[in-house]
Write a protein that binds this ligand. Structure first.
Ligand code: FAD
Length: 342
């Protein structure tokens, strides 16, 4: 039976969910995307977008987290191998994870299992970069400055409706009475919309630079990274827990610049395009869950929550969205059986 579903949020999570929903819902269904910020105003827009899962990405279970990442990698690989790759901002990139302190920092068991190329660095590679431990791998970068408009265009072309609106509470959407279900992809906004005290910002500051001679990515220890996207390179960074300041800090900037140039001296000639601060929507585990919300006067609203991807939302968006879409379809069917019985 055709349904009407509202997706709240137009970051990479909301847009990926909305487009996958269009594939999954029966003909005649309508998907409406509601958000107060779009494209360059979202956190997703500034993310480096590298597929490099870390240990802080936690889905509902270990097995499901791995499934999301495998599904995501396959999804993005398919785009990479299609004629849409450049428009969607997906490219393959090789590079290094380095550490002088701890061999564990450069190991990523999940990456090893999922991506195409992953090996220990040779001694020559370590000597060249003056490092003690290193991994070389080939992975993907998904640049949201291209991916978000690409998804939005697909969404609209297939009849999706877009509304710019701040949602004060999900009850507002229940009051409209026209949605069979709402999918809550509001990132940090979920702390209010779902009254979720586990949602916390992790502040990240970066430079976006032009340095076309740099082709590889580099990670050093935990917080220094150089990641080439399609049109610019992201230099980072910071990971400041429970800090919601979006102003650029000059002391963070000089520290990031110092660490990156130390790692790759040729960066001193890079052209700085801009500086940016984003707040990663962290939650100890990503929430993808059904909830029947109850409001005064016996009003109810079917909600599937889908938020809390922290520093891993770009890489995991397709996989976790596939799971969210399966919950939505299941919840809607249940709803229709229920309606049919009444
Ligand atoms: C510096 C930095 C580097 C990063 N690098 C990477 C990386 O390399 N790889 C990776 O995978 N991830 C990376 N991330 C993480 C990634 O950016 C996030 O996980 C991802 O963007 C989360 O997407 P989202 O759609 O949940 O949130 P957002 O992009 O924040 O979107 C939230 C949406 O919800 C809407 N919204 C919220 N509340 C309301 C409301 N009340 N009413 C209406 N609309 C509302 C907003 O307007 C917006 O449209 C990085 C993040 C930062 C800050």
């Amino acid at each position: 039976m055709a349904s009407s579903v509202c997706v709240v949020g137009a970051g990479v999570i909301g847009l990926t969910t909305a487009t996958l929903l269009q594939d999954a819902l029966p003909a005649g269904s309508l998907v409406t995307l509601v958000a107060d910020k779009f494209t360059t105003d979202t956190t997703s827009d500034g993310a480096a977008g590298i597929f490099r899962p870390g240990k802080y990405l936690q889905g509902p279970s270990e097995q499901m987290t791995k499934q999301w990442l495998e599904d995501s990698y396959k999804h993005y690989k398919k785009i990479l191998n299609s004629e849409d790759a450049a428009e969607a901002g997906v490219k393959a990139v090789s590079g290094y994870l380095f550490s002088n302190k701890d061999p564990k920092i450069i190991q990523s068991p999940l990456m090893k299992e999922i991506i195409d190329e992953y090996r220990e660095c040779t001694q020559d590679e370590l000597d060249l970069h003056d490092q003690k431990y290193g991994t070389f791998c080939t992975t993907l970068v998904i640049q949201c400055r291209r991916m978000l408009p690409y998804l939005m265009d697909r969404f609209k072309r297939r009849g999706g409706v877009v509304r710019k609106q701040h949602v004060n509470s999900l009850e507002e959407l229940a009051d409209e009475g026209c949605f069979d279900l709402v999918c809550n992809c509001s990132g940090l906004g979920a702390s209010v919309l779902a009254n979720d005290r586990y949602v916390t910002p992790i502040r990240g500051q970066v430079f976006k630079v032009r340095a076309p001679w740099i082709k590889n990515f580099y990670y050093h220890e935990n917080d220094t990274y150089i990641i080439p996207g399609m049109d610019m390179i992201t230099l980072g960074g910071t990971r400041q827990f429970d800090n919601d300041t979006t102003d650029v800090s000059t002391s963070d900037a000089s520290e990031i610049w110092r660490r990156c140039v130390q790692l790759l001296p040729s960066l001193k000639d890079a052209e700085v395009l801009r500086q940016w601060v984003g707040l990663r929507p962290y939650r100890p585990s990503v929430r993808v869950e059904k909830e029947l919300m109850k409001f005064g006067g016996g009003k109810t609203l079917k909600v599937v929550h889908h938020y809390g991807h922290g520093g891993y939302g770009v890489m995991s968006a397709p996989g976790s969205s596939m799971y969210a879409v399966s919950l939505i379809c299941d919840f809607l069917q249940h709803h229709q059986h229920h309606r049919a019985k009444l």
